[in-house]
Design a protein around this ligand. Structure first.
Ligand code: UDP
Length: 353
């Protein structure tokens, strides 16, 4: 019998792409999502992102529950109904700027939500979890490329980053307290791109905070111009350098992390970087997107954004050695796939209801 994976936040960007790969790998999947940050669809029906996940995977979910992780009773009910073998945990708020304005909401959703999930898992006797973490736990990196040994938690400038760091700490303490736990934290660098079908992709509910969705909206004519946040950084062209990774590569990384969580030899807690190891500047990204889309992307250089650092690039050798994972899709593919999704869905999933 195939294993059953509970995916929290499965209707969102990385969650929906990962759910497809889990189904393709032969897992059964139950999704729990509060839909606070995605197009929910009609009452009693699946969110449009998950309707398409089922279409693309040619396989149905075992269940979908519109439940917040902070609702312990409702969550426990899901674990009572289904014999879950492991959890992949995405559900969280993720806007860095908003987290500075609304710290309580971020700690409640991301930290309390994770604590509740882990408690409910323990009650249900489920001890395997893959966690959606972030390179933001490294703060302003002290050296590059940042490997997993790099100190975490120092100099974090916003509540969002702290919630990811705190949850990693909780998982480490939990793993130390009871050897039943198998917890794998994946530190994403900058997820971009979309499923190559163009049927699912990133769908920010307001103006995008991140570079690639903003560039895509300028290219499609939804926004007039991009603001480039500073060109006086200590980088080759002065603009910020990041390690962008294709969302389908990331999704595959979760399947490999689950293999690790199920392997006989693994116990405890481990964290892995998921990136490409290649730095791309804002100007390089604009150029690559123009090439992929054939559209101009007008931009204006403005001042630096508070809290930004010059460069962040991953060392990914640990994930390659221990998970057998490597990012295979290049910048061109990231831009082409993001553009296909954007072009077909200028209003995201709102147009599919
Ligand atoms: N950036 C930009 N304009 C935007 C959004 C982002 O110039 O509208 C820059 C930002 O300063 C950083 C890079 O693009 O150098 C990636 O930013 P993003 O918010 O996508 O990711 P993060 O800051 O989390 O790495």
């Amino acid at each position: 019998m195939s294993r059953l994976i509970l995916v929290t936040g499965g209707a969102g960007y990385v969650g929906s792409h990962t759910t497809i790969e889990l189904l393709a790998a032969g897992y059964e999947v139950v999704v729990v999502d509060s839909c606070v940050n995605c197009v929910a669809g009609e009452e009693g029906k699946l969110p449009p992102s998950l309707v398409r996940v089922q279409e693309l995977a040619k396989k149905s979910l075992v269940g979908f529950y519109r439940v917040s992780l902070t609702d312990a009773l409702a969550l426990a009910g899901v674990f009572e109904k289904h014999r879950v073998d492991a959890v992949v945990h995405f559900a969280a708020l993720k806007a860095v700027g908003e987290s500075v304005e609304k710290p309580l909401e971020y700690y409640q959703s991301n930290v309390s939500g994770t604590l509740t999930l882990l408690q409910v898992m323990r009650e249900a006797g489920v001890h395997r979890l893959v966690y959606s973490s972030s390179a933001t736990v490294y703060g302003a990196p002290q050296y590059l490329p940042a490997d997993e040994q790099h100190p975490t938690g120092a100099g974090l400038t916003n509540p969002y980053g702290k919630t990811k760091y705190f949850c990693e700490q909780v998982m480490q303490d939990l793993a130390a307290s009871d050897k039943e736990w198998r917890l794998v934290s994946l530190r994403y660098f900058n997820p971009v791109g979309a499923h190559p079908s163009g049927r699912i992709g990133e769908d920010p509910l307001g103006p995008p905070n991140n570079l690639m969705p903003f560039v895509a909206q300028v290219a499609v004519g939804k926004r007039e111009e991009l603001s480039v946040f500073g060109n006086d950084y200590d980088t080759p062209d002065g603009t910020g350098v990041r390690d962008y990774v294709h969302v389908v590569d990331l999704a595959e990384g979760h399947v490999m992390a689950l293999d690790k969580a199920f392997s006989k030899s693994f116990r405890g807690y481990a964290s892995y970087n998921l990136g490409t190891g290649r730095g791309v500047s804002v100007l390089e990204m604009i150029e690559a997107f123009c090439r992929a889309s054939g559209k101009p992307v007008p931009y204006r250089v403005v001042g630096r954004r508070a809290g930004d650092v010059a460069s962040v690039v991953a060392s990914c050798s640990l994930a390659e050695e221990q998970l057998g994972w490597r990012a295979r899709r290049d910048l061109q593919e990231m831009c082409e796939d993001a553009w296909r999704w954007q072009k077909l869905h200028p209003n995201g999933f709102r147009s599919c209801q």
